[in-house]
Design a protein around this ligand. Structure first.
Ligand code: HEC
Ligand code: HEC
Length: 473
């Protein structure tokens, strides 16, 4: 079981250094012994999962304190551990962070794990190193609206399967080119989504110029507005540092930085691998949004008409209604993370979370090949959404991780009826406004939408408004 977690309810702990732990009124999130031990959880198997998920919920809502290690006086929000060039970060800074006391501080609309109001927008730097800024000027960071995490485990599993497909296509093309001595062109298609094509040459070189909507390493990255993060685990470690100044050992600890307190918060090794896993388990098991039930008859009729229009005008070419998922078994750590996020080779055994035993699995349909149909309404692919005439989504000035400024991941629409305002910055108060703002590769579809009769446009809104995040699990 979780190391010492059962003792959380006990009244008295002794902090290293001698200060007494007051008891149940104590403000800290991590009384002595309250960190989760990854190996112990992995070894315990399914019986440990309910406690792990509960602990994840607690950590998601926890208000991290100074004695937990919150704050990063000497570290920036950068993904790669980076020290401030000069000076000391104050406890909170609205721009480059720490900007919030808990994950829940932003992800709370309409329930825990959800989206957030615009006041909870985050200012995201290009990511690697230039992460120290004290202005909201878009030359230094991109303002982003909080993304709801409902169904996030299913989303990550889809991306993992797509990555495996694309990388297998590449491997097969290289093999064929080597064996035949001729260049081989291969289309990159997974789950019906086309990511352009590659050409493999007999010398093993692969021409990647025509790869589309995914990174050149063919890893489908389903997280963030930009689609540049691979796993819940990677994102969680980033978020803990950016928003709260809570540094995970697996990235900021002695192995990579040579110190146990890189941020100089005064607390060594603030977040263990097991703590990250608890947060991941909570997020990965959040139920997906669902179509609202019990709607009045006129709304139901309008939504049915709206779905027809949505299909007819090409919205599903990006907002694909369902993607098939072969397996609901979520393993942590994830298969495609890079150094600085715990990797499967670094643990004795992974934590295995079988999502098919959760109540929400019963609501998922299957196709005739036995794959689960995940109704996320996204292709998990990046698209250009800005052109010369329609450029309301072209506000960002920074490329992020080599993805151009005006290119964004297709957002999942499965909970869109609950997460106004819309768009990557949350600048659109109404669905009609964000639909009209689609330019670039979505222009053809948006123009057809604008050409519809007003009642048909309104029906599309009725359809989208019925896709909702309802009560917590
Ligand atoms: C200040 C507000 C804020 C706080 C606090 C916050 N988030 Fe977020 N979260 C966001 C925003 C904004 C995005 C979208 C970021 C982007 O597009 O770059 C996001 C995105 C995410 C994503 C990616 C979701 C997806 O589907 O793309 C995950 C996972 C996530 N947050 C987890 C967390 C966790 C875990 C915590 C606490 C450790 C946390 N967040 C704290 C605002 C916040
Ligand atoms: C070429 C791909 C593409 C097509 C076609 C497309 N979309 Fe989108 N859609 C996107 C992308 C990418 C975004 C994210 C834009 C942003 O936030 O910068 C988006 C955003 C949205 C949002 C806002 C979601 C949110 O949570 O903020 C809605 C609603 C939406 N689209 C509906 C539609 C409708 C309705 C249609 C058909 C008229 C459509 N889309 C056609 C790619 C597409």
């Amino acid at each position: 079981m979780l190391r010492n977690l059962g003792a959380l309810a006990a009244a008295a702990f002794v902090v290293a250094g001698g200060a007494a732990y007051g008891g149940s009124w104590d403000e800290r999130v991590f009384p002595p012994g309250a960190h989760v031990d990854f190996d112990a959880v992995a070894a315990a198997g399914p019986s440990a999962l309910p406690a792990l998920i509960d602990r994840g919920r607690v950590l998601f809502k926890a208000k991290f304190t100074t004695v937990d290690g919150a704050g990063r006086p000497k570290a920036t929000q950068a993904i790669v551990p980076t020290r401030r060039k000069a000076g000391v970060n104050p406890p909170f800074t609205r721009t480059s962070g720490p900007d919030s006391n808990s994950c829940f501080g932003c992800h709370n609309d309409p329930v825990e794990g959800g989206s957030g109001d615009d006041v909870a927008n985050a200012f995201v730097s290009e990511g690697f190193e230039s992460a120290q800024f004290d202005t909201v000027d878009p030359s230094f960071s991109s303002e982003r609206h909080t993304i709801a995490l409902m169904g996030a485990g299913l989303v990550e599993l889809l991306a993992r399967e797509m990555t495996a497909d694309l990388q297998a296509i590449r491997a097969a093309a290289v093999k064929e080119a080597c064996q035949s001595g001729k260049a081989v062109r291969a289309d990159l298609v997974s789950k019906g989504v086309r990511f352009g094509w590659i050409e493999a040459h007999p010398d093993g070189i692969v021409d990647l110029d025509s790869v589309d909507g995914v990174d050149a390493d063919l890893i489908v990255r389903p997280f963030s507005r930009k689609g540049v993060f691979t796993s819940l685990r990677q994102f969680t470690i980033n978020a803990l540092n950016v928003h709260h100044g809570m540094e995970a050992v697996e990235r900021f600890g002695a192995r990579w930085t040579g110190t146990h307190d890189f941020a100089e918060s005064g607390v060594p090794d603030a977040i263990t691998a097991g703590d990250v896993s608890a947060l991941v388990a909570f997020q990965a098991t959040l139920p997906p949004p669902a179509v609202k039930t019990g709607l009045p008859g006129d709304w139901r009729a309008a939504a049915a008409e709206g779905e027809k229009q949505f299909d007819a005008i090409g919205c599903p070419s990006c907002h694909v209604k369902t993607l098939p998922l072969k397996s609901l078994v979520f393993t942590d750590p994830a298969p495609y993370d890079m150094a600085g996020t715990l990797r499967s080779g670094e643990v004795e055994a992974p934590i295995v979370i079988d999502l098919s035993v959760l109540p929400f699995a019963k609501t998922l349909q299957k196709n005739d090949q036995g794959a689960w149909l995940i109704p996320l309404m996204s292709d998990l692919k990046r698209h250009l959404v800005v052109d010369e005439q329609v450029n309301a989504l072209g506000n960002e000035l920074q490329a992020q991780r080599f993805v151009e400024r005006d290119v964004f991941l297709t957002p999942r629409l499965w909970g869109v009826g609950s997460t106004a305002p819309y768009g990557h910055i949350g600048a659109f108060r109404m669905l009609d406004e964000i639909i009209a703002a689609h330019g670039g590769d979505a222009r053809f579809s948006r123009d057809q939408y604008l050409a519809l009769d007003p009642d048909k446009r309104d029906a599309v809104v009725a359809f989208l408004r019925a896709l909702a995040i309802e009560a917590p699990r």
